[in-house]
Design a protein around this ligand. Structure first.
Ligand code: SF4
Length: 350
């Protein structure tokens, strides 16, 4: 490995960490704030561009640190405008991020791990097994590098308006790094985003879910997929350690009726979890907790004997939930032709 590769990355550092870096190089503390501005506001990719930092200090910084920005190694564009980006993250591991444009919005689905330990039966990432936790720098690199600058003659893509932690990995299994990224995204010295622009999706990993709810204001999405406990255990081994009933009890202690939103994700499989009995189990599980249910079309992956359920069945299920007073919508499917849709990310770079 080249020396360049092993220098610590600056993106992914909080303001206090950047201040420690500059003071370690004999610079005044305020240079840390200038550095944060160059990294997160101006999004520069080299030290040379940092014109208010002296040449000597820039030389020291570049001798000891790297910015940490790396362009995606591959990209593939769906017919619907969704773009999947592949990043190399060292050790031969790759991760994927998905850019989803929607009118004036542009959402980036970021990865928090390479592979995943949760081993959900229906998920292509789960089939990879766990490879590595991403550092805050590797997560920030996805957010800062997408969309890439347009090539000559190309229309610029809309800048990101939202980030969802729904790519590869279980974000709460890498909570320390994910929490740092949330701090950088929302801090005035960072990107200055409202937490309403960020959603963290989880199988319901406790106690980190509680820490996320206590320490941030981001939206939360919980992957429920079935409220039938033995069935959920067979589909999602995480059910054994973090039963969905305990997850819902934890969620019941927080306010989701105002700014903060709770979504429950529900992938629909034909003949498995798509009947009225399953809808009623979901209604019972939700109780009085304010939330919305996202019904998701299943995207078949190799070696898994599950099938998507019909459109009629999804509508019937949605209408039943609606009649019981639960907001439920069928989520539009994006990027299926490039294996970028929900549950399809496997680092193949199709
Ligand atoms: S669905 Fe999410 S938590 Fe489950 S294996 Fe896939 S990436 Fe991991």
């Amino acid at each position: 490995m080249e020396k360049q590769d092993i220098k610590p990355a600056l993106i992914g550092m909080t303001l206090s960490e950047l201040q420690n870096v500059v003071m370690g190089g004999g610079m005044p503390k305020f240079v840390g704030k200038q550095l944060a501005e160059w990294l997160y506001d101006k999004k520069v990719t080299d030290f040379e561009s940092m014109v208010n930092i002296s040449k000597k200090n820039k030389e020291w910084l570049s001798a000891n640190y790297q910015i940490g920005r790396e362009a995606p190694s591959r990209q593939s564009k769906s017919a619907d405008g969704t773009v999947k980006y592949l990043f190399k993250v060292g050790g031969g591991n790759v991760i994927e991020s998905v850019y989803i444009p929607d009118k004036e919005r542009a959402t980036l689905c970021v990865s928090s791990q390479s592979g995943c330990k949760m081993n959900c039966y229906f998920c292509a990432t789960g089939k990879l097994g766990f490879k590595a936790n991403l550092t805050a720098a590797q997560i920030m690199n996805q957010i800062l590098s997408i969309p890439p600058a347009p090539a000559r003659g190309e229309e610029p893509m809309n800048p990101l308006t939202n980030v969802v932690f729904m790519g590869m990995g279980e974000p709460l299994d890498n909570f320390k790094e994910v929490e740092k990224v949330i701090e950088i995204l929302t801090a005035p010295w960072g990107l200055g985003w409202s937490p309403k622009r960020i959603t963290v999706s989880t199988v319901g990993k406790l106690p980190q879910l509680k820490e996320l709810l206590d320490r941030t204001q981001v939206h939360v999405a919980v992957s429920v997929h079935t409220a039938d406990t033995p069935q959920r255990e067979s589909m999602m081994p995480a059910q054994r350690a973090f039963p969905i009933s305990s997850v819902m009890r934890t969620l019941a202690g927080y306010d989701f009726s105002h700014q903060r939103r709770l979504s429950l994700e529900y992938i629909m499989w034909r003949g498995v979890n798509d009947d009225i009995a399953h809808a009623d189990m979901l209604v019972k599980l939700i109780g009085n907790i304010p939330c919305r249910v996202n019904l998701i079309r299943y995207h078949a992956i190799p070696g898994v004997d599950l099938k998507p359920c019909s459109e009629e069945r999804m509508l019937m299920f949605r209408n039943h939930l609606n009649q019981k007073g639960i907001t439920a919508t069928i989520r539009a499917s994006r990027g299926e032709d490039i294996d970028a849709a929900c549950g399809m990310l496997a680092g193949k770079g199709k």
